[in-house]
Design a protein around this ligand. Structure first.
Ligand SMILES: [Fe+2]
Length: 211
């Protein structure tokens, strides 16, 4: 995707391109994807998690010279069936695959979404998008938890080095899988750079996240 609107967050640029009736190379426009997400996910915190994952994936794509629109859709839609399966991780992503295939969504996006829950598919993550989605959606939880222990609870105040510090503190946000976050190394990034990119991406949508 070319940067036709410099100065705007990647997220806003995609929305602008949608309004202009721009090309839709991945099967769904960003607007349609968000509407689909809202059809299936009612919990606002989960919607925020999906928006955070979208922003993070777009930030990573831009930094790596990958397709931000494609990576953003993977982030936005990765937990589409979480309420359908009622949080049962042994079924999570199976319905998403069916729904997205019916919508004609790009197969590489669907594959990456499946493999963010690789345990149930008997297949390992291999591509950059696979690792980016798994590590990126996971670090959003650590970034939010870190924000909430800052005195002002504002994501704009958070420093990347705090994320790194909390990363090492295993009892902090203990459900956040550090090993998955460390898949950032498969993107050729150390945790410092990865945390910085993901934090900056989420700071760019602070209002949407209510942080
Ligand atoms: Fe997720």
């Amino acid at each position: 995707m070319g940067n036709s609107h410099p100065g705007l967050h990647p997220y806003e640029r995609i929305a602008l391109d949608d309004k202009k009736g721009g090309a839709m190379p991945y099967g769904l426009s960003r607007e349609e994807a968000l509407a689909l997400l809202r059809d299936y996910v009612k919990n606002e915190n989960m919607i925020k998690h999906c928006l955070a994952s979208e922003a993070v994936l777009m930030g990573l794509a831009e930094s790596l010279g990958e397709e931000a629109e494609k990576w953003g859709l993977a982030g936005l839609l990765h937990d589409l069936d979480i309420e359908v399966v009622n949080g049962d991780l042994s079924r999570h992503t199976i319905d998403t695959e069916k729904i997205l295939r019916e919508k004609g969504v790009d197969e590489e996006i669907i594959h990456a979404i499946k493999l963010h829950n690789e345990e149930i598919h008997g297949e390992k993550r291999t591509e950059r998008l696979h690792h980016a989605l798994a590590a990126g959606e996971t670090i959003t939880g650590l970034i939010i938890a870190t924000t909430l222990v800052y005195p002002d609870k504002k994501i704009g105040s958070v420093k990347a080095k705090s994320i790194k510090k909390r990363m090492k503190e295993k009892s902090f946000a203990a459900s956040v899988n550090r090993e998955t976050i460390m898949e950032c190394q498969k993107l050729g990034m150390d945790i410092d750079k990865f945390a910085e990119i993901c934090l900056t991406a989420m700071q760019g949508i602070a209002n949407d996240l209510g942080l």
